[in-house]
Design a protein around this ligand. Sequence first.
Ligand code: F6R
Length: 241
Amino acid sequence: MKIYKAKDYEELSRKAASIIASQVLMKPDCVLGLATGSTPIGTYKQLIEWYNKGDLDFSSVKSVNLDEYRGLTRDNDQSYYYFMYNNLFKHININMDCTNVPDGTQSDSDKECSRYEDVIKSLGGIDLQLLGLGHNGHIGFNEPDEEFAKTTHCVNLTQSTIEANKRFFASIDEVPKQAYTMGIGTIMKAKKILLVVSGSDKAQILHDVLSGPVTPHVPASVLQLHNDVIVVADEAAMAKF
Ligand code: F6R
């Protein structure tokens, strides 16, 4: 595992973007595993800037996203598809037919989850998976549990996640109660993993993830077992090291 300590969020974003950019330069038709959330936004902005300068070409890149709320349509401004489109895809020359996000409108969850696993397999697996880190150690929507989930599956959102998300919706009843997410097994099959972590509020969990025991109670701790992980964290998130 390589750990890069960045001075601040801006430097973290440049470092993370440069790792993704090298992947795209070395393998123009690579499969990028992408994440939503606040942490990767700066990384995406930096990639867009380099694309606008003519330094990057995404025309052959394929992408698979980690997760999506069940029940939200793509045009819902809280859907992860909407997030990806507005924070990255619409600004670069990626072929939208080569981007993949679980389909939240598919009510048959088993069917949608196995379709999504098949999509990843048919692409030949993920070359580089970008991950953010939840305060409880979650990656994707893999929350602390008794065991590591293997493949893409449907999760029931915890009451605390529903409560935390209600600020984005007109009322709590509109907050999705479930989501589709890649499993820990799906994530661990990625050839390379890039974990981005920012802020003092993530310092304790980052310490647990990197230095604590590998346990499904801290889902990201499983990354200790992957042979090609790069962590890019800012000084605030690295405070416990
Ligand atoms: C996003 C995702 C989540 C986030 C995590 C951290 O697709 O799967 O696991 O990466 O919740 O979110 P932020 O970056 O907002 O702290």
